[in-house]
Write a protein that binds this ligand. Sequence first.
Ligand code: HEM
Length: 282
Amino acid sequence: MTADPYLSCPVMADAAEPRLDFGGTTPYEDYVHASVLHSLQKTVTKDPREMSFLVITQVMELYFTLLVFEWRHTQERLRDDDVPGALDALRRSAAHLQALRAAWLPLARMTPREFNSFRDALGEGSGFQSGAFRHMEFLLGEKSASLLVPHRSVPALHAELEEALSAPSVYDDVLALLARRGHPVPAELLSRDLTQPYRPSAEVEQVWAAIYCGEPGELSDLGEALTDVAEQFTRWRHDHLIATRRAMGAKTGTGGSAGVSWLEKRARRDVFPELWTARSYV
Ligand code: HEM
């Protein structure tokens, strides 16, 4: 006999009011640590725009942490051959990336005069020095040992990034899964030097083309979920690039790079490259 779902659902108490009396901090505070979060907005100028810049940067950092978590979880699911579990995590992460991109809105129309009003106070600080962003890039296959250098003096972060540099990226785990499912992924790709950036392969392009030419299924769903992530990540880079062009034109960055031309070069790179090129053969 099957259980009656109506009997097992909780019954709502009539017009109950929330609890008001707590001995110490509230359970909300214990869980969210809101007072810690609200104590972190230490602006360095009196310019009211700087508060938007700082809070939005902090919000983006929190999203970077969330994305690292989701992609590491995706890897665990892939290693267990649990494609539905990996799809859930990838789809969540594509939605997080969209929410992250929406955070650009208040910064995207900053004029050079407005940016100048607090820019000097940022000194040499730059998002280029974000360890969480670098971790995201490593998970997406964009490895670079030299980008560990800014974090040499912070042992815990340096160790985390060093581990991510030599560990498989999400895409390496996807290729291993495709090989286990009988697709002809070249052996040298499966045992490649993981500290190097992923380079596109004609054979992998053919594997994706074959998956997309066949009946839709788990693996083509995986391809599309990865493409959504790649697209949203590239769009974040473009949002950043356009906001930077509006705020500072072709001036050099606070991190010391050539600024817009450096960001343009980085924005031209494709995440999960064969998922884009294989489409020409389907
Ligand atoms: C309109 C405001 C912003 C401007 C003008 C700007 C400008 C720049 C510039 C010129 C660079 C190149 C490195 C350098 O020389 O500094 C850079 C890199 C970077 N910025 Fe921003 N940025 C802005 C807002 C943000 C925000 C809110 C974030 C969020 C965390 C962010 C994250 C990054 C990251 C992660 C990089 C490294 C990109 C990479 O390695 O490919 N930026 N930014």
